[in-house]
Write a protein that binds this ligand. Sequence first.
Ligand SMILES: Nc1ncnc2c1ncn2[C@@H]1O[C@H](COP(=O)(O)OP(=O)(O)OP(=O)(O)O)[C@@H](O)[C@H]1O
Ligand SMILES: [Mg+2]
Length: 247
Amino acid sequence: MNLVKAKNIWKTYGDSIILENLNFSMKEGEFCTLVGPSGCGKTTFLRMLLGVEEPSKGELLFEGEDYPKEPSDERGIVFQRYSTLNHLNVIDNVIIGLEFEKSKFFGKLFGEQKKKAVETADEILKAVGLQDARNKFPHELSGGMKQRLSIAQSLVKKPKLLLLDEPFGALDPGISLDMHELLLDIHSKLNFAVVMVTHDISEAFKLGTRVLVFDKVKVDEKYPNRYGSTIVNDIDSSNKRGRNISL
Ligand SMILES: Nc1ncnc2c1ncn2[C@@H]1O[C@H](COP(=O)(O)OP(=O)(O)OP(=O)(O)O)[C@@H](O)[C@H]1O
Ligand SMILES: [Mg+2]
């Protein structure tokens, strides 16, 4: 079964057509990267996949069912800007997601449940290489470390779909390369599906097993919002040496 399926979806804001007639499906564990000009609707599409934005027309399914009305831990998102809470240290920044998941009323866990949450959070911190920074506060972390923490916050809830919106855009080139290795490594171990927006074409081909190109098929010079974007190219980029991933 497809993890996500979009059938002829459209997204409009007022008179502006942002996405039109978009068809897309992806399977569990796939890694799609998404490229396209600024303003073409990439973030809007990610927000629909997260479940916080609905298509104006068309059908969008998650595991064969209509998208739930609320976002859920099955889908996590990481933005270019960090989502860390500055008054909490690294481990507590990861645990807090689990606390709200398991104890919606108190937002706190105690006893055995708390012990389990700490264990799970420590595992994830190890996976993203932050185990030695577990007691530090966000202001003591580098940009790359903060982004690792944002990824850990999403991954701790074991999402089936991880959405990444230009997650490495603000990082120095050397740090982004480390983040590529990290992401490929955790993806091959945990096998969640990824849709990642990037402006960097080489990053798109390096990381993705599929590269989706968003653009408008028709353009009206006088009325730029008359036509929306769609997937104009869906490129198989799975056949790369050195990418140890099985699909
Ligand atoms: N809530 C909203 N209300 C009205 N218009 C919106 C809303 N959200 C996005 N838009 C418009 O939709 C279009 C697509 O925006 P979106 O953020 O999806 O583009 P993008 O491809 O992510 O661009 P970028 O590469 O610059 O991040 C833009 O013209 C934007 O102004
Ligand atoms: Mg965007």
